[in-house]
Design a protein around this ligand. Structure first.
Ligand code: COA
Ligand code: ZN
Length: 310
């Protein structure tokens, strides 16, 4: 086993997952889901976003959610912000970790947050600098890093430029996102190698969607290069409302199961995620579950039958 066998699983279901659901959950229901995830062992989680409630009604009340999050001293909770206004709201709500999003193409950026890419770079750089100055963990997502639903294949040099900008501004981490789940492992190796050469693996993370069933293969490609942090979403919940073709995120249970089978430490046992998936299903009314869900459910049921502690 390599030197570092700890992998951080950053759960994004409560944000990336819920934002596309037709059923809008109450703050209490969102909190119920977060509590279940924390009980199962999640220690890094994107709790919500400070965006226009007209654009994304699912994320209204994120300030109230943040105020009630369990064991904040033990969990890295992040809030996503699209602009300065969102950043001020996150600060007022006491956020300690803030995520900004730059899309690597002009059209995606406009569709998502109605700013040009140049404006967005400026706004995100300002927010990252404020984070650095104020002791907040600033993280920058580079969305559609492989392919854009509007502009096609993404230029690698553009992704490298955006990552460079954000680190220069003070970002603690850059997260490379395959927003529509179009990447393959060769592309992941190529882009992540270039990024690692410049910035090192420790300050990079990956966010994959499973649209074409290649999310785990993409994780493996990045893992081999030394990446030790990945986003995933419970039951594969999610997508992006502004990005046609974006379907579910990589499911947390699939990621956790693969990593634990390979001997990596994640603080999770995938079987313990079964009741969390069931809760997410009952809250959203959506049919959820990654590739391993049926198998995990059988393991969970036989554990229950043997009278093991729930
Ligand atoms: N949080 C809450 N409200 C916000 C806001 C924020 N971060 N930023 C702007 N607003 C409000 C404005 O006050 C204004 O409210 P009003 O209509 O009551 O006066 C309204 O939103 C529109 O403001 P404007 O500056 O004209 O923004 P816009 O209409 O161009 O929308 C965004 C820009 C960024 C606010 C909006 O597109 C958005 O929230 N997008 C989020 C997309 C998202 O979550 N994508 C997925 C994650 S990357
Ligand atoms: Zn996503």
């Amino acid at each position: 086993m390599a030197m570092n066998n700890h992998v951080v699983i950053n759960e994004v279901g409560p944000r990336d997952g819920l934002q596309i659901q037709s059923r809008v959950l109450t703050v209490e229901q969102r909190l119920q889901l977060v509590n279940a995830l924390i009980d199962a062992g999640i220690r890094s989680l994107e709790a919500g976003s400070f965006v226009s409630p007209k654009a994304v009604p699912q994320m209204a009340g994120t300030d109230q959610l943040l105020a009630q999050l369990p064991i904040p001293e033990e969990v890295a909770y992040a809030a996503l912000v699209p602009n300065q206004r969102g950043f001020e709201m996150a600060m007022a709500a006491g956020s300690r970790r803030v995520n900004v999003v730059l899309s690597a193409t002009e059209t995606m950026n406009q569709k998502n947050i109605r700013m040009s890419l140049d404006q967005t770079r400026q706004v995100c750089a300002d927010i990252m600098a404020r984070c650095l100055a104020d002791g907040i963990e600033g993280q920058a997502y580079v969305a559609v890093a492989f392919e854009c639903p509007y502009e096609g294949p993404t230029s690698q040099s553009e992704v490298l430029r955006l990552a460079r900008d954000m680190f220069a501004a003070g970002a603690a981490k850059v997260i490379i996102a395959d927003t529509i789940g179009a990447a393959n492992p060769s592309q992941v190796s190529r882009l992540m190698s270039a990024l690692i050469d410049e910035h090192g693996a420790d300050r990079l993370s990956c966010h994959f969607h499973d649209t074409r069933g290649m999310a785990l293969a993409n994780v493996l490609a990045a893992l081999k290069l030394g990446i030790r942090e990945f986003d995933s979403s419970i039951g594969g919940l999610g997508g992006c409302p502004f990005s046609p073709g974006a379907s579910g995120n990589l499911a947390t249970e699939d990621l956790a199961l693969m990593l634990q089978s390979m001997g990596y430490q994640t603080n999770l046992d995938a079987i313990d995620l079964v009741p969390v998936i069931q809760l997410a299903e009952s809250l959203t009314g959506a049919e959820l579950g990654g590739h391993s869900y049926r198998w995990l459910r059988r393991q969970h049921d036989s554990r229950q039958a043997q009278g093991a502690p729930a």
